[in-house]
Design a protein around this ligand. Structure first.
Ligand SMILES: Cc1ncc(C[n+]2csc(CCOP(=O)(O)OP(=O)(O)O)c2C)c(N)n1
Length: 382
């Protein structure tokens, strides 16, 4: 395995002094090292991978230096547009080094390692996407002896040819350091799982749930399982981080006689917050943000959400009711009023999850088939 600290030193010795991206569990060690050793001017956790690429473009324009842009391969879709329509040599020709965690990787024999369904196709098309984007890349893994050379060659290519280049990481490339991100000044009381359980208890049997990417969906699934409840009321947004609210929004708009509860994460909300404009105009949508100020599902790297007044933003978007809860009592109060309109509820909760948290054991297509039946169960649907 490669020491994240040596890796970071190597990037710096190649002239890279600005780091921006969205964290990934495969790069936890590196993410932590960057957060620990870089100042606020040298490192930004961005809102989405496209914005991270845009930061690298701005950095180059301002300093004529390369930035490193880190992301999980699922973020390539977000990055695609600014890469191809701005950074590409046919447009501005902006050098940058993409650092990409390869979920669903294909090994040297051409076999795909076992990973979650949302990573299967993404893993298969990662390298071909880079080829399509005309981004030269190299791959490193835990046994790579020549990783320093690979960094050097890619950075030289980026500089001389003025183009984005990429380094793709296999699982276990980096040593995992003991990760301790600085605690924020907020002192939440509730665990995310407790909040989700309470919401399930307070909900109506016909309420429709849409859960965001990562632990939120897994916890919703697990709690239902432990309570012997069916999963058919829940759409799990296992991939497509940031899009849960829009899925919820369209279901709410179509099934206006049912309440839709979107369980969103703060990282996911910030990733595609423009969707709040649509959510705000629904008559039957509860948009609940489980705000732990972190990308908890991939290692707890901070988001900006504890520094932002989410309620004022939601108010500006025009939600009918905007509220915040930090305790079970407050969550209960906001649930009692089953009022008409769009409700934005921010629940501040702690980081972390229990260690034995399972994963959905039903394939996504089965979940969807059950969910569709649940949406039709009151026979009032269009
Ligand atoms: C486009 C994209 N980028 C990155 C990821 C990796 N990823 C999965 S969950 C997650 C963190 C989600 O954070 P948040 O929404 O705050 O929820 P939390 O994990 O804190 O419950 C990330 C970065 C992803 N799945 N998709």
């Amino acid at each position: 395995m490669i020491s994240p600290s040596n890796f970071l030193d190597e990037l710096k010795s190649n002239g890279i002094n600005f780091f921006v991206g969205i964290p990934d569990s495969l790069m936890k060690g590196l993410n932590y090292q960057i957060s620990k050793s870089c100042s606020e001017n040298e490192h930004i956790i961005s809102s989405n991978e496209g914005s991270a690429v845009a930061n690298a473009i701005g950095h180059f324009a301002a300093t004529e230096q390369l930035a490193a842009v880190y992301m999980q391969n699922s973020g390539l879709g977000n990055a695609y547009n600014p890469l191809i329509s701005l950074a590409d040599p046919e447009v501005y020709g902006i050098p940058m080094l993409l650092l990409i965690g390869w979920r669903g990787e294909i090994d040297d024999e051409g076999n795909q390692i076992n990973d979650e369904p949302q990573h299967v196709k993404q893993g298969q098309v990662t390298l071909s996407t880079l080829k399509t984007l005309d981004v030269p890349y190299d791959i490193i893994h835990e046994k790579s002896k020549d990783w320093k050379e690979k960094i050097h060659n890619l950075v030289t290519l980026a500089k001389t040819k003025r183009r984005p280049v990429a380094l793709v990481f296999r699982k276990n490339t980096f040593e995992e350091t003991l990760i301790k991100f600085t605690k924020s000044v907020q002192r939440p009381i509730l665990r995310r799982e407790e909040a989700i359980e309470l919401i399930i208890n307070l909900s109506h049997p016909l309420d429709i749930f849409v859960a965001s990417t990562g632990m939120i969906g897994r916890e919703l699934y697990e709690i239902r399982k432990l309570k012997n409840l069916p999963h058919d009321s829940d759409f799990l947004t296992v991939g497509g981080m940031g899009h849960a609210s829009q899925i919820a929004c369209r279901i709410a708009a179509t099934l206006s006689h049912r309440r839709v509860i979107c369980l969103d994460g703060d990282g996911a909300l910030l990733m595609h917050s423009g969707g709040m404009a649509e959510c705000a105009y629904q008559s039957n949508l509860m948009h609940i943000i489980l705000n732990n100020g972190a990308h908890d599902s991939v290692g707890g790297q901070p988001t900006a959400a504890f520094q932002i007044n989410l309620q004022r933003i939601a108010d500006g978007f025009g939600y009918t009711k905007v509220c915040k809860a930090i305790s079970s009592n407050e969550i209960e109060q906001h649930f009692q009023s089953r009022q008409y309109g769009s409700i934005f509820l921010e629940i501040q909760c702690k980081r972390g999850n229990r260690k034995d948290l399972g994963r959905p054991d039903k394939p996504p297509k089965q979940n969807l088939a059950d969910f569709i039946k649940f949406l039709r169960c009151d026979n009032k649907n269009v």
